[in-house]
Design a protein around this ligand. Structure first.
Ligand SMILES: Cc1ncc(C[n+]2csc(CCOP(=O)(O)OP(=O)(O)O)c2C)c(N)n1
Ligand SMILES: [Mg+2]
Length: 358
């Protein structure tokens, strides 16, 4: 066989250092967010909401063990600062939210009645989805909370649709679409990124990087494990945030909202957080050690961290104990309400499953 006459150019001759990520297009970037300067009242409210989520989830875990909750159930314990910090920066009734199946904490942070959430978990008629959605499929259109989705990553595309609706209607709202580190490897996430940036949709993509998907760690499963960079090739800027610190989360949320409302298109927030419990209710947890979980609990717990801010603001131990007691009562009332509520009527099997008219 004849030798090729034109040799391929050697790599050495064409080699040129690639520009760093983000530096190749001359475009503005969001500012590095500062921690939110919380008032005494803000701090108390953050504490109250985070403790409510923690106690509610502990109770849900117990009710699951007792057989009151069927199907899947994913707890939000450890991640409280993310939902609470972001939600506190949104405009209720104007901005929309969508998330995956780890949704109870998000609904509580939205101010939705714990009773109707617990009733949904236990499959009761009084539940927010009339007892037919369960843990993973809760909705409240009144609160612009669009679920609760069991298909990993699907909420990101639906969120792009919500962002489109805000823009199309010109209602000035922003969509926050939450997803996990595992979901960040799903293909439809990137199709959504492309469209969202192309159409400059008002959407904040929030990756709740709790370090683990169902059975493996982010580092073991992700070629690029610095997830805030995942939007860069679509020109979506990303910020990495300490998701265990409610003031850092709120500060980043404000910066993101500003960016989006100025018409710059989407932004990505990577919230570095941690989940203390198993992925779902049955999880052998072979992917991490108990010591690791214990260390995070001791060193970075979002509620303990907020307590330190509260102490510095002069709030006494007694005041916090009072809040803790109030929350315990709210949660036990929610559980009593759920347990004593009737199950949906059999006829309900055929409602809300098919849209018959437009
Ligand atoms: C399309 C799809 N693939 C797989 C699953 C099974 N599954 C449920 S949760 C999960 C892991 C997701 O992890 P992550 O996105 O990190 O969210 P986290 O559970 O940590 O909140 C998987 C693989 C699913 N529900 N949907
Ligand atoms: Mg995860």
């Amino acid at each position: 066989m004849a030798k090729p006459t034109t040799p391929r150019p050697s790599r050495a001759r064409t080699k040129k250092a690639a520009p760093p990520v983000g530096a190749d297009h001359n475009r503005p970037r969001p500012e590095a967010p500062a921690d939110y300067k919380a008032s005494r009242e803000d701090l108390l409210e953050f504490y109250r909401q985070m403790v409510l989520i923690r106690r509610f989830e502990e109770k849900a875990g117990q009710l699951y063990g007792l057989g009151f909750i069927g199907g899947f159930c994913h707890l939000y314990i450890g991640q409280e600062a993310v939902a609470v910090g972001i939600q506190s920066a949104l405009e209720p009734g104007k901005d929309s939210v969508i998330t995956g199946y780890r949704d109870h904490g998000h609904m509580l942070a939205y101010g939705i009645d714990p009773k109707v959430i617990m009733a949904e978990l236990t499959g009761r008629e009084a539940g927010i989805s009339r007892g037919k959605g369960g843990s993973m499929h809760m909705f409240s259109v009144d609160h612009k909370f669009y679920g609760g989705h069991g298909i990993v990553g699907a909420q990101v595309s639906l969120g792009a649709g919500l962002g489109f609706a805000h823009k199309y209607r010109g209602d000035g709202g922003v969509c926050v679409a939450y997803f996990g580190d595992g979901a960040a490897n799903q293909g439809q996430v990137y199709e959504s990124f492309n469209m969202a940036e192309l159409w400059k949709l008002p959407i904040i993509f929030v990756i709740e990087n709790n370090q683990y998907a169902m059975g493996t760690s982010v580092n073991r499963s992700s070629a690029e494990d610095q997830l805030y960079r995942r939007g860069e090739s679509f020109r979506i800027p990303g910020l990495q945030v300490n998701g265990m610190d409610v003031l850092a989360v709120r500060g980043a949320a404000e910066e993101a909202i500003k960016w989006v409302k100025e018409g710059n298109g989407p932004i990505l927030l990577e919230m570095k957080t941690y989940r203390y419990r198993g992925h779902s209710m049955s999880d052998p947890a072979k992917y991490r050690s108990r010591e690791e979980v214990q260390e995070v609990r001791e060193k970075s717990d979002p509620i303990e961290g907020t307590k330190k801010y509260l102490e510095a603001a002069g709030i006494s131990e007694e005041e916090l104990k009072k809040i803790d007691q109030e929350i315990r009562k709210i949660v036990s009332d929610a559980a009593d309400f759920a347990e004593s509520s009737p199950e949906p009527d059999l006829d309900e099997l055929y409602t809300d499953v098919l849209v018959e008219q437009y």
